[in-house]
Design a protein around this ligand. Structure first.
Ligand code: PLP
Length: 478
């Protein structure tokens, strides 16, 4: 570093050395992913966290020591979310070009909150939103936003629906979702000023889908009470079991009743790209708004969600504010990010999506998603043949749920055996499954195949592990 004590600049040589050291670490990390345990060593983890605490650093630390701390101390104690054996929750993976897009944005540090300071860079983001609009079958009136994730997208959608349908009379408004809706919707409703007693949580059918007759009845009952039903949130792929709500039927009901229909497609919307899975998402293009998570379905690293709103003017109306001190805002001809989302200063969240889509091309993404769907179908058929195993939720997209118990087994018995299965699989640390709790309290094990690194060999390994462990448990039980 220079002798100038107030300079934060680095020489080209220094920057290259730091970048090279980082890239070397990163590539070694990627190469080791197949051999990394599915979950790191968590022994004494709280004590180890405490041991990391330190006072604010007054003096500089050599870069290599910092890389060592991050890569050798911190990263290994974690879930291997970018590894091929990660079948838990909703995997993403973290395709590499996104990291390069972040580097470019971080270094150029252009201001993309408003159109004028970087109009052509912002246009790249606008292009991606237009592509998503086309790909999801939305009309040209659609506008959208990029944000940090599905939660932020759900939040903006709910605020938009509230503003459009209720105006200032928030307290009378009622919204509807199923028991299987993602918890970010419950949180978003609260943040949006919709109190808990104005959120109706409705039952699901045997396929974990929202029961539409119950929805229609709830809407009628609320109208009789003098309340104002305004929003239905459905899921295009629930996080628990991958169920897709009857989107088309709900779209009809919402149209007839004048309700806003928001589809949470954070997990599943990108399966609309593939002909094989598109029929399962019938009705999705009719939504008033749609949450997408590029950091799930497009395998980007964490940090990028998206929202599309069919009536683009509604999205703009709820976010746009004027400020005299800022550069000129764009008119309707150009896309002005801060007029369509809560953020002002931000990175360029669309740049990483743009770069990945351009580098790989859509055909390759389609093939990858199709493969995940096929792998899930394959896994389900093999699982269903295992002794004592019941496929509770067959894969509609790429997620399946099962229990280590016969179909009608008592809840406690089924939960005990299935939990045991999940725990022993995790203890072996080769694959990572997570579970979900059904409405009746039953614990279900689930496999979600979405990481681009998960291919047939990992699924075979997963099936092999499940076969061994479940046989072991059944044997012990006699
Ligand atoms: C992951 C997920 C969310 C939340 O998205 P984040 O990107 O984690 O904020 C919302 N809904 C569904 C269905 C999800 O799977």
């Amino acid at each position: 570093m220079t002798d100038d004590p107030a300079s934060l600049d680095l020489s080209a040589t220094e920057m290259r050395a730091m970048a090279d050291a980082t890239v070397a670490r990163v590539l070694a990390h990627i190469a080791s992913l197949p051999d990394q345990p599915a979950i790191g060593d968590y022994e004494d983890v709280v004590a180890r966290c405490r041991a990391l605490r330190e006072p604010p650093p007054e003096a500089p630390t050599p870069f290599e020591a910092l890389l060592e701390q991050v890569f050798d101390v911190c990263v290994p104690c974690s879930y291997t979310t970018s590894g091929p054996g990660y079948l838990a929750y909703i995997p993403g993976g973290g395709v590499f070009p996104a990291a390069l897009a972040d580097l470019i944005q971080d270094v150029t540090n252009r201001f993309t909150g408003i159109w004028h300071p970087a109009p052509l860079l912002v246009q790249l983001e606008a292009n991606v939103l237009e592509w998503l609009t086309t790909l999801m079958g939305f009309p040209p009136s659609t506008r959208g936003m990029f944000g940090t994730g599905g939660s932020a997208a759900n939040f903006s959608a709910i605020v938009c629906a509230r503003e459009q349908r209720l105006g200032p009379a928030i307290r009378d408004g009622v919204m509807y979702a199923s028991t299987q809706v993602h918890h970010s919707v419950v949180k978003s409703a609260r943040l949006a000023g919709i109190a808990a007693d104005r959120l109706r949580v409705l039952p699901v059918d045997e396929g974990f889908r929202l029961q539409v007759p119950a929805l229609a009845e709830a809407i009628r009952a609320d109208r009789r009470r003098g309340l104002r039903p305004f929003l239905v949130v459905t899921s295009a792929g629930t996080t628990n079991t991958g169920a897709v709500d009857p989107l088309e039927v709900v779209a009809d009901l919402c149209a007839a009743e004048g309700l806003w229909h928001h589809v949470d497609g954070a997990y599943g919307a990108f399966f609309h790209l593939c002909e094989e899975t598109r029929p399962a998402l019938r009705g999705l293009p009719r939504a008033d708004s749609l949450t997408l998570d590029p950091h799930k379905g497009l395998c980007l690293p964490y940090g990028t969600g998206a929202l599309l709103v069919r009536d683009g003017a509604a999205l703009r109306a709820v976010h746009a504010v004027a400020a005299g001190y800022l550069p000129p805002q764009g008119d309707d001809d150009v896309y002005d990010p801060s007029q369509y989302s809560p953020d002002l200063s931000r990175g360029a969240p669309g740049l990483r999506v743009w770069l990945c889509l351009k580098v790989f091309g859509l055909a390759r993404y389609r093939a990858a998603l199709r493969e995940k769907h096929e792998l899930a179908t394959y896994a389900a058929s093999r699982l269903a043949q295992l002794p004592g195993m019941t496929l509770v939720a067959p894969p509609v997209l790429s997620l399946l749920a099962f229990q280590l118990a016969p179909p009608g087994a008592p809840r406690e018995e089924s939960t005990r055996a299935t939990r045991e299965l999940a725990q022993r699989l995790l203890a072996r640390r080769r694959i990572f499954l997570s579970g979900a709790t059904a409405d009746d309290g039953r614990f279900l094990a689930r496999i979600c195949i979405l990481s681009f690194r998960t291919r047939r060999p990992q699924i075979d390994l997963c099936l092999h592990e499940i076969e061994e462990v479940s046989a072991e448990i059944l044997r012990e039980r006699g």
